[in-house]
Design a protein around this ligand. Structure first.
Ligand code: NCD
Length: 305
């Protein structure tokens, strides 16, 4: 594994090692593991959690981080992604983390000798988010095998769903119910164990975990959407709806949250929510990704923690 572009390019051993390293980092951080390394964050879309988590993760392991947003950079003077990337590559950093609005665009950059980490490409994939979601769900539930997961919201445009479905089915999640307004569902069901639901109650009944998503307003073009109040009535996760799933069901959300639209504050801040644990684990999992990518053959990655 040289790059992190999508879930398909990860082997089972890569996934296991990332989870094992994240577990170790929970209790001890080798703060000089990436000493003298330089990571560049190149972001063409807004980000709070992902960008800062990559930065905190790199810094905790001793790397220096340079942040570049398309706003305020030469992208505004017409420079292409490829030329911006080549410019950064010429400065010989040790890794480049990229978020870009066009799905599939990062595959071309993966010819590079320098590791490229996908921090979200349009509605394509978001592998580090899926890894932290799977890691959080596994820790919260004990295991993923046999788990029934409901994912509710803008399924069609979500890179988080695309990567999670791919990863979680590989890791043994038994059933994934994808629910949302018809216009925000994909045209076809993605395969066995995956069910499209046109009704929220059907999706959450007896679920072991519910992942709520915001509507990707920046990707839906001129699709007509219901008002926030109507959306909340039909597709919002409220305490009443959560009762259908049962007291052991965990509630997830990749953020950013739109309170009172896809999720009520009572649920987001309630005892079944693991939303803030997802954020905390996002740092450990990204530390593990850096350790695995930048020190792949270093037995010390384990021994030194
Ligand atoms: C998600 C993203 O950017 O795809 N957020 C994140 O990375 N935590 C989800 C979203 O924007 O809705």
């Amino acid at each position: 594994m040289r790059h992190l572009i999508d879930i398909a390019s990860l082997s089972d051993a890569d996934i296991q090692r990332i989870f094992d390293l994240a577990d170790r980092f929970q209790t001890a951080v080798p703060s000089d593991l990436l000493a003298r390394k330089i990571v560049i964050n190149l972001f063409y879309e807004p980000s709070t959690r992902t960008r800062v988590a990559f930065e905190v993760a790199a810094k905790r392991l001793g790397a220096a981080v340079v942040n570049l947003s398309s706003a305020g950079s030469s992208v505004e003077k017409g420079e292409t992604l490829e030329d911006t990337f080549r410019t950064l590559q010429a400065m010989q950093p040790d890794a480049i983390v990229v978020r870009h609005p066009t799905a599939g665009t990062l595959a071309g950059l993966a010819q590079s000798q320098i590791p490229v980490l996908n921090a979200g490409d349009g509605s394509g994939s978001h592998p580090s988010q899926a890894l932290l979601d799977a890691y959080t769900l596994r820790r919260a539930r004990g295991e993923l095998n046999g788990c029934r997961l409901a994912i509710v919201g803008d399924i069609r445009h979500s890179r988080v769903v695309a990567s999670n479905v791919e990863l979680l089915t590989r890791l043994g999640v038994k059933e994934i119910r994808l629910a949302g307004p018809e216009a925000l569902l994909p045209d076809t069901s993605a395969g066995s164990g995956i069910r499209l639901c046109a009704d929220m109650d059907e999706a959450v009944d007896d679920a072991d975990a519910i992942m709520m998503l915001r509507i990707q307003k920046e990707r839906i073009g001129d699709l007509e959407l219901p008002s926030s109040a109507d959306y909340h009535r039909d597709w919002g996760l409220t305490e009443d709806r959560l009762r259908r799933a049962g007291p052991n069901c965990v509630v997830m959300h990749p953020g950013p949250i739109n309170r009172g639209v896809e999720i009520s504050s009572k649920v987001a801040d309630g005892p079944q929510s693991v939303i803030w644990r997802q954020v905390a684990n996002g740092v450990f999992v990204r530390m593990a990704i850096f350790a695995h990518l930048l020190r792949p053959d270093d037995p010390g990655t384990g021994a030194r923690v």
